[in-house]
Design a protein around this ligand. Structure first.
Ligand code: GDP
Length: 487
């Protein structure tokens, strides 16, 4: 209680300070999140490059209308948060045509945008972009769950296929544990290790399962090997309270520490201060992994958007509740598909998030969905196969990428026929994976394209002669996220 009160006072002071700054120099904090490899690093780098250098953004009205005088990087406000490594990420993509290294922790970058308001006044908008792992966001619902609820939910999920196959070693160990017996450090260590291995196997590309709290088990950062990360679910007897000194009591206490040390500070110091949020989703990876992964993603999206609502309702008073009023869900890497499938990709994500979107809207946030490619690494072409004309995407696979006996050299272009996504998203959810299957062709040899990663593209000149990174619908995302602030 006292802790909560102190948190509230701290947050209130912060909110008031932020508000003061807002009056003279409006600031927006934009959260960028998504699970590991969803495309956060590439998205932020491309977004800032486009703003600072002047990308081709016809749908971002303020820029397209010539009202943005200039945008530049400025020192970030939070001294204890890493700076987003923008320069190196851009150098990797532009100079080496290689992808940047991915997000592993929270980082931040500030961009100041000078623009002319609609009434002709010179204004300044400060945009703080905050990059954080989606795994941490999926932890927020833990704030409302006891150890017992979390353990029983996690166990239930792990007993469903395909998770049950991945959980075998952990389940074998779990069966040997007596929650009422005295707490034993070695047992806790083994349980936590096997549980973490299970979570990691679920994240594997072939499964691409999304719902894996506690997030720090997969992204421990500086908390690796601490007791706060050394717990696991137990098969618990109902009704009985945990005896003092038992394994159950030990696990429960560590779960409470995890919430106190990891989840609450993240909520208080970062999440509660965001104004806008984009959630990046590698929808194609889930489609490729099959219907279970899609079902799981649907569940995870629901949890993610519940996190926004949870924050509002239960944790803090009205003054302090999270103020996120716009949430964009984005299916990333759309350049793997021909443009005829972009709207379908968007519809699939919308369908997966349907339930969650209505909840977030009820909680007062505006939600939109877009299929985008922050950096478009392919171009389109038509390949001929016998009499058939196939709409393809053409790209250069990364050196070392291999499919069916062929290893790519990082120079050769490949035409990929990605196949069409189904018109009706339910075809995929009901398990018709054949609804979407494509192939790649080099010397017209058929190969499965599905995990082929291509190199970033060369810069392209815009109409104004500015070298820019090509993209798909990045400007639409920008317009939704901050377009209304340029009035
Ligand atoms: P993060 O872990 O969410 O920060 O993910 P990254 O931004 O590092 O992206 C992970 C990988 O996805 C990259 O290394 C690229 O291979 C791929 N990727 C991300 N964005 C795009 C995109 O717009 N187009 C293509 N073709 N690949 C992308």
């Amino acid at each position: 209680m006292v802790d909560e009160l102190i948190e509230q006072i701290r947050l209130a002071t912060k909110a008031i300070t932020d508000f003061g700054i807002h009056l003279f120099d409006p600031t927006i904090r934009l959260g960028v999140t998504g699970l590991s490899h969803a495309g956060k690093t590439v998205f932020i780098s491309a977004l800032i490059h486009g703003l600072v250098r002047g990308g081709r953004f016809p749908i971002f009205e303020a820029l397209a209308g010539g009202r943005i005088a200039r945008a530049y990087l400025a020192p970030q406000p939070d001294d204890a948060v890493s700076r987003f490594d923008y320069e190196n990420h851009i150098a990797a993509m532009v100079n080496k045509r290689d992808w940047p290294s991915s997000t592993r922790q929270i980082s931040e970058l500030r961009v100041v945008i000078e623009f002319q308001s609609l009434s002709g006044h010179q204004r300044k908008l400060t945009l703080d972009v905050v990059d954080y792992p989606g795994e941490w966001l999926l932890d927020l619902p833990l704030l409302t769950k006891t150890y017992e609820t979390w353990a029983s939910e996690t166990l239930r999920l792990s007993r469903e296929r395909p998770r049950s196959d991945l959980a075998k070693s952990w389940h074998l160990h779990l069966a040997k544990l007596d929650p009422l017996a005295p707490g034993d450090e070695q047992q806790a260590l083994t349980a936590a290790r096997l549980f973490t291995e299970y979570l990691r196997a679920c994240r594997d590309q072939n499964y691409a399962l999304s719902l894996l709290p506690p997030g720090r088990f997969l992204m421990p950062g500086d908390l690796a090997n601490t007791p706060a990360l050394t717990f696991a679910p137990l098969d618990l007897p109902t009704e009985v309270p945990p005896p003092a000194g038992s394994l159950w009591a030990m696990m429960r206490r560590r779960y409470e520490s995890y919430r106190a040390v990891v989840v609450r500070p993240f909520f208080r110091d970062h999440f509660a201060r965001l104004d806008r949020q984009i959630v990046l989703v590698d929808t194609l990876a889930a489609i490729n992994a099959g219907p279970e992964a899609l079902g799981d993603l649907e569940h995870a999206l629901n949890e993610v958007l519940t996190a926004f609502e949870v924050g509002r309702r239960t944790l803090f008073s009205a003054l302090l509740r999270p103020r996120i009023d716009r949430i964009l869900l984005a299916a990333t890497k759309a350049d793997h598909l021909h443009h005829t499938s972009h709207d379908r990709l968007e519809n699939i994500l919308r369908r997966l998030a349907q339930r969650a979107i209505s909840k977030a809207e009820v909680a007062g946030a505006q939600v939109d969905v877009v299929a985008l490619s922050a950096v478009r690494a392919t171009r389109e072409a038509t390949a001929r196969r016998g009499r058939q004309q196939l709409p393809c995407v053409v790209g250069v696979p990364l050196p070392g990428e291999a499919v069916v006996g062929e290893i790519f050299d990082g120079v050769t272009e490949v035409a990929i026929f990605p196949g069409d996504l189904p018109d009706d998203p339910n075809d995929l959810l009901l398990g018709d994976i054949n609804a979407f299957r494509g192939l790649a062709t080099t010397s017209l040899q058929n190969v499965d394209f599905r995990f082929l990663r291509v190199r970033p593209p060369a810069l392209e000149l815009t109409e104004n002669g500015v070298p820019a990174l090509p993209h798909i619908r990045l400007d639409r995302a920008l317009q939704f996220l901050i377009g209304d602030k340029f009035v």
